[in-house]
Write a protein that binds this ligand. Structure first.
Ligand code: PLP
Length: 417
């Protein structure tokens, strides 16, 4: 997290003191560095330059309009999974020919909107979905394009809830079925079947699962070739991991080194869908210490945010490094860092050695740029935290804090009560 560093004992994001933002916007809040975001994108682009990929940012990782626009302005496309993401991509005028659409359960409304938009292609997850897309395209009298998301049946050695590329998972199409679909492509005259898609999981930290998946894809592409089926695209999905704790992980250059030779053999237009590796380490979540509670057996630092704001620890037992916003020499003690919500899963860290902070002091939860704000909820009628973007010495709230009015605006009390 190179754009987040201490200067004279105070944490900065680029040229802005984090404390200044806390004073201005209150706590808790998300804070993103523009330069870190763009650098991550450019690093992946540079590493994979020999195969000149179209890099479609996986919006599910961070769908803030400003974040997505910052990336599309640099040439990124969008990997979307819902109508909402499509609408956001359109709102920032993303190039439709750089939008790819995955999701195991695309609704008719979503399919129609994507066809009308003229997206680059659907990543189709089942034969039933392909039939549906074909019939809707026929109704609209507009041909559309698709790749088949194949399930290469490789284990990604990541958390079980973010493994997607084995036949135990709901994603993709098994190779036998995919082969049959390609052979019977004329059953879908309104869908141009243009390629293959894989996405084997997220937070993958070694190259082997990709190598295994790409080898399977390559051999499948060769089988198709023998049947006279030529493809145009290979979409390798997302999944590159970031450093949450273990520093010894593969980065974009390591992935590129082993994957480029295979991608060259595949010899199709390459699409990639990185999410976490572009935005994960470009954000922090800032929250305030409320109480240090000692129950005799354990100590708890209770902060002014909870699992509703950042649920990765609760959901995946995920580790996030946590640092004080003002460096301190106070003694480190073992504690849980927890939120105020009445759930034992409401924690940010367990048995962590952390300085004894006083009420009102700020802490920063690192690597909070991906799959954090997007997963926030209003559980316990808690407004979602704002998102602040810093670029050099400039900053702006790119999403405001939700107010009570926002939280109740869709609710009503019916006459019969
Ligand atoms: N593409 C697809 C189809 C996904 O489901 C995901 C997320 O799981 C991604 C891309 C982005 O993955 P990551 O953020 O790990 O790069």
């Amino acid at each position: 997290m190179s754009e987040f560093s201490y200067k004279k004992g105070e944490l900065y994001c680029e040229s802005i003191k984090v404390k200044t933002l806390a004073d201005k916007f209150g706590t808790p809040f998300y804070l993103y560095s523009y330069n870190a975001l763009i650098n991550n994108f450019l690093k992946i682009q540079a590493a994979f330059k020999p195969v000149d990929p179209l890099i479609c940012f996986a919006m599910k990782a961070n769908d803030n309009l400003a974040v997505v626009k910052a990336l599309t302005d640099k040439g990124a496309g969008c990997d979307i999974v819902s109508l909402g993401e499509l609408q956001k991509a359109k709102k920032i005028k993303a190039d439709p020919q750089k939008i790819v659409f995955a999701s195991v359960g695309k609704t008719e409304e979503e399919i129609i909107a994507a066809i009308k938009t003229g997206i680059l292609f659907f990543n189709v997850e089942s034969e039933e979905e392909l039939l549906k897309i074909n019939s809707l395209a026929k109704k609209l009298n507009k041909k559309t394009s698709a790749t088949l998301r194949i399930n290469p049946d490789v284990a990604a050695a990541t958390h079980q809830r973010i493994t997607t590329g084995t036949l135990k998972n709901k994603f993709g199409i098994d190779l036998q079925t995919a082969h049959r679909i390609f052979k019977n492509a004329d059953k879908y005259p309104y869908v141009m079947l243009k390629g293959l898609h894989i996405h084997i999981g997220s937070q993958i930290t070694t190259t082997k699962p990709y190598v295994d998946a790409l080898k399977k894809a390559l051999s499948f592409i060769n089988t198709l070739k023998k049947d006279g089926i030529a493809l145009e695209y290979f979409d390798l999905g997302g999944g590159f991991g970031i450093i949450y704790k273990d520093k010894n992980i593969a980065g974009p250059k390591d992935f590129a080194k082993v994957l480029i030779p295979l991608l060259k053999k595949i010899d199709l237009k390459i699409v990639m869908e990185p999410g976490r590796s572009i935005c994960g380490d470009t954000g922090i979540f800032v929250t305030k210490a409320l109480y240090l509670k000692d129950n005799g057996a354990k100590r708890f630092l209770i902060v002014d945010s909870g699992m509703n704001d950042l649920m990765r620890p609760s959901l995946y037992d995920a580790y996030h490094e946590i640092i004080p916003v003002k460096q301190t020499h106070s003694r480190k003690i073992k504690m849980d860092i927890v939120g105020p919500i009445c759930e034992s899963g409401d924690f940010f860290a367990k048995d962590r050695m952390f300085p004894k902070l006083k009420e009102g002091e700020l802490i920063a939860i690192k690597n909070a740029g991906a799959y954090c704000h997007v997963m926030a909820s209003n559980y316990n009628v808690r407004g979602r935290a704002p998102e602040i973007l810093v670029k050099g010495n400039k900053y702006a709230a790119i999403k405001k804090r939700e107010t009570f009015k926002d939280l109740v605006k869709l609710e009503s009390i019916p006459d019969f009560l």
